[in-house]
Design a protein around this ligand. Structure first.
Ligand code: AHG
Ligand code: MN
Ligand code: MN
Length: 319
């Protein structure tokens, strides 16, 4: 099935209904604006209230605010997104929709890797799309407390040396690149499969002294005969490993007993994308796609990428 989507140059495969096409249109519209703000770098105006911290206690960057505003506006005016969980918003947000039965619920990290934003390093936006549940009242956190296996589409946008949008739908992962002249995304990788050979690993090795023995063993297995690449923006590290072949690890450690990566708008979204591209993921205990969070900002340890190496990591953690 293909669908025309405003902002994408040709009809998009894998989008099997116009309503889902509207969600993608909102993602495209928001990310094109965020891309412009990212490119402004230090020239972006300061926010009204500097020094604000989010629900995770992290300093909010001006781009976190811009990203949140652009995506919230785009989802609100789409009339097909009924609810949103966003890293930068303490509580879920709900929107008016044309038809609740054919609407969607989104999860969003508006700017991933924002600590890299001030040094002109690649950052991105992460979006997961769930169908709206029919039996659950649309209020509070409950309609979002579901596993990544319920996602029906997912995407991320990388603001790197070019701006690329990677879209995953059942069994298909495609990459589009923003043509800055036409301001349209154009298909640049029609079908991404994670390479079978795993040449790279990505982990913050500086935390080694905080890891317990099983985690050290797992990182030892994952790193053997592989080159290390670590950007510190999950979206960039994930993209590199997806295209070049690799494995990303963010284990639990003595300072972060639940790890750092957030279940809903980071781990589950990438787990869905990895699965459609032939990869795999684990929390170290269960497949990420099976994890049902008990709160919307919950964290999890994350091992994601090459499926064989994810198996080896699980074995090392439990041997
Ligand atoms: P965010 O900017 O959305 O808060 O996410 C930052 C995350 C993730 O992108 C990255 O993989 C990780 O933080 C890096 O953490 P360390 O600096 O602890 O390695
Ligand atoms: Mn993030
Ligand atoms: Mn973020």
């Amino acid at each position: 099935m293909v669908e025309s989507v405003k902002g994408i140059a040709a009809p998009v495969s894998g989008i099997n209904n116009p309503t889902l096409g509207k969600v993608l249109e909102a993602v495209v519209a928001a990310s094109r604006e965020v891309s412009r703000s990212v490119r402004a770098g230090p020239l972006l105006p300061e926010p009204a209230s500097p020094g604000v911290r989010n629900v995770h206690g992290e300093l909010v960057h001006p781009l976190d605010i811009v990203g949140t505003e652009r995506f919230v506006e785009a989802f609100a005016s789409s009339k097909v997104v009924a609810g949103l969980v966003c890293e930068e918003l303490d509580e879920p947000k709900f929107f008016e929709v044309t038809n609740p039965a054919s609407s969607f619920m989104c999860v969003l990290d508006p700017i991933d890797g924002s600590s890299n934003a001030d040094i002109a390093i690649t950052i991105g936006s992460i979006v997961g799309v769930f169908p709206t549940p029919s039996q659950t009242a649309l209020e509070g956190e409950t309609p979002f407390l579901r596993s990544g296996s319920e996602l029906i589409a997912a995407a991320y946008v990388l603001y790197g040396s070019s701006t690329v949008l990677v879209l995953a739908t059942p069994g298909l992962v495609q990459e589009f690149t923003l043509n800055e002249e036409s301001v349209q995304f154009e298909l640049t990788r029609p079908s991404i499969q994670i390479p079978e050979s795993c040449q790279y690993y990505s982990v913050n090795q500086g935390y080694e002294n905080r890891w317990n023995p099983p985690v050290r063993r797992a990182v030892g297995v994952a790193s053997k005969n592989r080159s290390l690449r670590y950007v510190g923006s999950l979206v960039s590290d994930f993209h590199r490993n997806l295209i070049r072949g690799g494995i990303f690890l963010y284990p639990d450690d003595s300072q972060n007993p639940d790890g750092k990566i957030r279940v809903l708008y980071e781990a589950a979204v990438f787990a869905y994308i990895a699965a459609q591209a032939g990869g795999a993921s684990s929390t170290g205990t269960v497949p990420v796609l099976d994890l049902i969070p008990s709160s919307v900002h919950q964290r999890t340890p994350l091992y994601i990428g090459n499926a064989t190496v994810v198996d080896e990591i699980n074995e090392a953690l439990w041997s």
